[in-house]
Design a protein around this ligand. Structure first.
Ligand code: ZN
Ligand code: ZN
Length: 118
């Protein structure tokens, strides 16, 4: 079922699809990560690509919840950060493509807000 976006703010970044799929740096066209379509409720991401460009992504939906702060780390399954509670796959960051990043991503099913920095 398609979801209705509320905010979609992409800076120096392209998304393969409306609100998910591969994420690309707009300056060098390298993919920097992959966002799973249906399992997140809100994403805030800032990163610096290896090419020097600073990009950011902000996405949420009309029906997004407030979310609950969560101190747990996401678990990694096959390169993908997943919710530690329900194992929902959320996002992949290609560590070798970015010098740093800062993200907050909310799991749709349990509403936990995970924070992660590099
Ligand atoms: Zn780049
Ligand atoms: Zn969850």
């Amino acid at each position: 079922m398609a979801r209705v976006l509320k905010n979609k703010k992409l800076v120096n970044t392209r998304l393969a699809n409306n609100y998910g799929g591969w994420m690309y740096c707009d300056q060098c066209n390298e993919n920097i990560g992959y966002l799973c379509y249906s399992t997140y409720d809100r994403l805030e991401l800032k990163y610096q690509c290896n090419c020097g460009s600073q990009g950011s992504v902000f996405l949420d939906f009309e029906d997004s919840k407030m979310g609950k702060n969560c101190n747990d780390e996401m678990i990694v399954i096959k390169n993908r950060f997943c919710c530690s509670k329900d194992k929902e796959p959320l996002i992949t960051m290609l560590d070798k493509k970015v010098t740093s990043y800062e993200m907050a991503i909310t799991c749709k099913s349990c509403e936990s807000i995970y924070k992660k920095n590099k």
